[in-house]
Ligand binder design. Structure first.
Ligand code: SAM
Length: 300
């Protein structure tokens, strides 16, 4: 065990998430029962600690990535909104996702034949498997998985240049926030790379690192950036207590302008619904419905 006051984000036994850039004037804190791991990897600062309510908490560069208590709300929505908006996904690409939660959710789709996962930091995978095993829940051993340890942006550039024949049906960008190694994922060039790697009826989804309470104009601009590449682009959100203001926005796009992203394109089997704690067809659609003031900025 590590001394629980030896990390810059921890003071008097409390972890404090503070970002004057992303959420000025506010902070989110969690009591630290014990620090399980902390170190600077080749790419980012990694902190893992335990909290009596939220269980084990993964923090990268001072920003909470997931906690055992509420991670499912994020993993299920970023995965299944895209997967059920597609009529029959066979080849899925996950960019980022080192904790394994999205991989766990994609693996629940038995019709999927190939899962490619591109994670830049092998240490996040190693530590998540050790300290947060329920996140991946064995999915890293799924025989459909092709795991690549490299930069997701460069991976997409390389397959674009190589003229890869096989494209993807669903691409999920489960990255950390724009500060740090994930910065390039929030720019137009990235949406173009996604477009080039996607099949005609393909769906892409990404975490927007913001929500309607934090920076509405940023979300409007990010959605408009996506729309310049994917005319069929929508914004939805999921509710996660340990993400700033308790929710996180998702940007969803399709190459096919006629696909109604706001509704699942296939129904869930009883078995599929039994495996899910947050996602269901009703919450899929309702997650695109915004309060009036936010709807006017983001959707008009
Ligand atoms: N649920 C979290 C969120 O919404 O912020 C994301 C969790 S996941 C741990 C984020 C992952 O993105 C990390 O494992 C990080 O290493 C990875 N990542 C960041 N930049 C990357 C890049 N350029 N290429 C591939 N993976 C990247």
């Amino acid at each position: 065990m590590v001394n629980s006051s030896s990390h810059p984000c921890i003071k008097d036994g409390w972890f404090r998430e503070i970002s004057d850039k992303s959420f000025p004037g506010q902070a989110f804190t969690l009591a630290v029962d014990s620090i399980l791991y902390q170190a600077q990897s080749e790419f980012q600062d990694i902190l893992i600690f335990s909290n009596k309510v939220y269980g084990t908490v993964l923090v990268l560069d001072g920003i909470i990535q997931c906690t055992e208590f509420d991670e499912f709300a994020y993993q299920e929505m970023i995965t299944h909104v895209a997967m059920f908006a597609h009529s029959n996904p066979k080849r899925v690409l996950i960019i980022g996702g080192g904790d394994g939660g999205v991989l766990r959710e994609v693996a629940k789709h038995k019709g999927v034949e190939e899962i490619t996962m591109v994670e830049i930091d092998s240490l996040v995978i190693e530590l998540s498997r050790k300290f947060l095993p329920t996140l991946s829940n064995g999915a890293f051993d799924d025989e459909r998985l092709d795991l690549k340890l490299c930069d997701g942006f460069k991976f997409l550039e390389d397959i674009g240049e190589a003229g890869a024949q096989k494209k993807f049906d669903v691409i999920i960008t489960d990255s950390s926030d724009p500060d740090g190694p994930a910065e390039a994922f929030f720019q137009e060039r990235y949406f173009q790379l996604l477009h080039n790697a996607l099949n005609p009826d393909g769906i892409v989804i990404m975490q927007s690192s913001e929500n309607i309470w934090l920076n509405l104009n940023y979300l409007r601009d990010l959605k408009n950036t996506a729309k310049r590449v994917f005319p069929n682009t929508e914004y939805c959100y999921t509710m996660v207590p340990t993400y700033t203001s308790g929710q996180l926005g998702l940007i969803v796009c399709s190459n096919n302008d006629s696909i109604p992203l706001i509704a699942p394109q296939r129904s869930l089997s009883g078995r599929e619904q039994e495996q899910l704690k947050y996602y269901n067809p009703q919450i899929h659609s309702s997650s695109f419905v915004l309060p009036t003031w936010a709807d006017k900025v983001i959707n008009k």
